[in-house]
Design a protein around this ligand. Structure first.
Ligand code: DGJ
Length: 735
């Protein structure tokens, strides 16, 4: 890995990818290349292409009409100098918005400097190299610091930007992207992960067209509706072949992820904080730091892109403590009891779960204040003595005595109007004073821009963690932000970002003081499933929708960018509480195995026969849990394209694999000899699959035989018919 500087050309390369940019004739930064590695020792200035001037274009030099910023590919475009596409930065100072950032200096660093106050990928000095470019606005002296990191082992560039007000007057930043790149052509499809509550991160694909296409959130959270991720896929790229560029914003708040295709077919991609509602004020000497954005290049289709994201997040984002730790099989009482529980019921629940092989008991919503429904008590993080008269420590110790770890649900960012905290501090709720406020799930949002609020919640959570010797926290966030206003702020355009900084501050304080507490993030299901929270919480509740058929789509979509070991996936009761669909216990587990496995049901509701099945499921999951953590995940068949879904995980030495196959509804008289062509195995290794042995080449070229299905006449296979068929195969190399 190296960053080569040659005549003001910067070439970041690690043998897998190259990222090249240079200082243009006008001293701004021009983009030259991002893709598969190029030879290191070359000047690539000839990649810069000028167009013939047109009567509609504006040029920088009188004697060079071809030099127009409208047609030059740039690194961090500005407003008002002849480029009429959207700029990466927009700032105003004394009514002036025009900027002209020119190269001033650069510095090359080993490793990757942390971004203060913000979660970001990290790297030791041998694992990455960073170039920091300093640009200066010729009009004002304001500086722009652009940071580019290349990792030794991943096909990834990480970027962030920082503006420093070196001028003598106040400055307001109205738009500041973390990443901007001009790709040379737009013959690509745009892929993103969108949906809503209960059907998060569905895969959507559409062609790039001239003009702007974007996904975004102005909800105060990265959202159920759009994930801060997009991929551009060459027209001929597939799941396993061809060029794909993946982009992701390491941030949990308002975001914009946008493509703009210009009239010459150049595709500009930008990711950053959404400019709506954003305005950051900088007095002379002050600075604003953007969050990080990462970009991935894959020459091996969408799978290649996903595996790179998985590796990046596993190795350079999820904190050291949780990289290799095995995540416990958990049981959560939410769908089993909702708010209706007492100590006796919970202890019985935990003991039964222990018998099944469960390792962690999680008490969800309703253990604090007087919370018997969702209208009350958020903020009062003190145990409800009516439900749990002996206290929370007593429950925790009884659960631990039963041989389980103990976890609790919190919703630290929220406040109920009916709570002691609200009665004491109504001014701590976000909202415009003396105006009606909008409720979401009957609750209001705490003002996390106010450090006293963050301190108070920290103290309350800390007391509970210490009292219970807590092992796990599910951190929920069930509503989005309206009436964004804090009386404590001079500039309300800073509200949303300062709110998220408050959230990160609390996460940082809790995870630093309690590094052994496992955090799972959650936001009314998967409403804040983003890389920034993975930094603190190595697993995230993927969706409130626990229906196994719906989960195929949610987990398939989530796997585009997130490691399988971060996806919270549980077996729940039937009929399913979200869809009312009844699926077999086998399907529910076969889907949930591909994530952090757990149960979301009352073990006493299981028959003896079901209990035996559950014991076997848990035993099975534990046997391949290291594979789920460390292996390469490969998507084989998409639930968005048909009735069947398939995926697999292969160990890094290719000696072990698990394969999941699912068929949502039965088909009459199905194909005979159905097979599934596997990927990623070793051609010459012989794999044991149930009672048979196959070589890798057979399994990949001819396929793994799937169960023979009932066809209306072959009665011997009657139990293999019907809807909701599934099978998880375990492959072990023998020689
Ligand atoms: C929403 C979460 O997604 C659920 O799992 C559960 O924790 C509820 N909130 C509790 O209110």
């Amino acid at each position: 890995m190296s960053i080569l500087v040659n005549q003001q050309q910067f070439h970041l390369t690690n043998g897998k990818i190259s990222y090249v940019f240079h200082v243009l004739k006008n001293a701004q930064l021009g983009h030259l290349y991002f893709g598969k590695a190029l030879r290191p020792d070359r000047d690539y200035t000839h990649f810069e292409k000028y167009h013939n001037p047109t009567p509609a274009s504006c040029h920088t030099y009188e004697d060079d009409p071809a030099f127009s910023l409208e047609t030059i590919r740039q690194e961090y475009p500005v407003y008002g100098k002849g480029d009429f596409r959207e700029p990466a930065i927009l700032m105003s100072q004394e009514q002036k918005s025009v900027a002209n950032f020119v190269y001033k200096s650069h510095d090359i660093l080993e490793g990757k400097p942390p971004i203060s106050g913000l979660p970001a990928t990290y790297a030791a000095s041998s694992e990455a190299e960073t170039v920091l470019i300093v640009l200066e606005d010729v009009y004002s002296g304001v500086e722009l610091h652009l940071s580019y990191t290349i990792f030794a082992n991943e096909a990834v560039i990480a970027r962030n930007s920082r503006v420093v007000n070196k001028s003598t007057t106040a400055l307001s930043v109205e738009r500041m992207m973390s990443l901007s790149i001009d790709l040379p052509d737009a013959e690509m499809d745009l892929l993103h992960l969108s949906g809503t509550w209960s059907r998060e991160r569905h895969v959507k694909t559409r062609p790039l067209e001239q003009g702007i296409q974007s996904i975004s959130s102005i909800r105060g959270a990265s959202s159920h509706h759009h994930n801060p991720f997009l991929a551009l896929k060459a027209k001929d790229a597939t799941e396993h072949t061809g060029e794909v560029f993946g982009f992701q914003f390491v941030y949990s708040g308002n975001f914009l992820a946008q493509t703009e295709v210009d009239h010459y077919g150049v595709a500009r991609v930008q990711l950053g904080i959404h400019p709506i509602g954003f305005e950051w004020n900088l007095a002379p000497g002050e600075a604003f730091q953007s969050p990080e954005a990462v970009m991935v290049y894959s020459g091996e289709g969408l799978n290649g892109m996903s595996q790179t994201f998985h590796q990046l997040y596993r190795n350079q984002l999820i904190r050291e403590q949780w990289k290799t730790a095995e995540r416990p099989v958990l049981i959560n009482n939410w769908e089993a009891t909702y708010f209706d529980f007492n100590e006796e019921k919970l202890i019985h629940f935990a003991k039964e779960a222990k018998e099944l092989g469960v390792e962690l008991f999680v008490l969800d919503d309703g253990w604090f204040g007087k919370r018997n429904d969702d209208r009350t008590s958020l903020g009062d993080w003190f145990v409800d003595r009516e439900k749990l008269p002996a206290g929370i420590a007593s429950l925790a110790s009884k659960v631990k005595q039963a041989g389980l770890k103990f976890g609790l649900w919190f919703e630290p960012e929220m406040i109920s109007v009916d709570s002691d905290l609200y009665r004491e501090h109504p001014e701590w709720a976000v909202g415009v004073p003396e105006e009606n406020y909008t409720l979401g799930r009957n609750q209001r949002v705490l003002d996390y821009t106010n450090p006293i609020v963050v301190d108070t919640i920290f103290e309350r959570m800390r007391a509970i963690i210490q009292e219970t010797d807590l092992d796990y926290i599910k951190w929920d966030m069930n509503r989005n932000i309206t009436e964004a206003y804090s009386a404590g702020l001079d500039h309300q355009g800073e509200f949303f970002h300062r709110y998220i900084l408050g959230v990160y501050d609390l996460y940082e304080r809790l995870t630093s003081e309690f590094p052994n507490v496992l955090f799972e993030s959650c936001a009314g299901g998967g409403g804040r499933f983003d890389p920034a929270l993975l930094y603190y919480a190595p697993q995230a509740w993927a969706s409130d929708d626990t229906d196994a058929v719906e989960r195929l789509k949610i987990q398939y979509g989530t796997s585009m960018a997130y490691p399988i070991y971060s996806i919270g996936s549980h077996v729940s009761a039937v009929p399913n509480h979200q869809t009312l669909r009844s699926t077999p216990l086998s399907l529910r587990a076969d889907v949930a195995y591909f994530g952090t496995f757990g149960y979301e049901l009352d073990p006493s509701s299981l028959s003896n026969e079901e209990k035996e099945i559950v014991k076997e499921q848990i035993r099975r999951y534990k046997s391949f849990r290291p594979l789920v953590r460390d292996g390469s995940f490969i998507r084989l068949q998409s639930p968005f394209e048909g009735n069947e879904t398939a995926w697999m995980i292969v160990s890094s030495d290719q000696k072990e694999a698990i394969v999941g196959w699912y068929k949502a509804s039965s088909t009459p008289n199905p194909r005979t000899n159905q097979v599934l062509k596997l990927k990623g195995l070793h051609h010459d290794l012989a794999y044991q699959v149930e009672s048979r042995t196959y070589y890798g080449d057979e399994l990949m070229q001819n396929g793994l035989p799937l169960p023979i299905e009932f066809n209306g006449a072959n009665e011997a296979f009657a139990e293999r018919g019907g809807d909701f068929q599934s099978k998880v195969f375990y492959l072990k190399a023998l020689y």
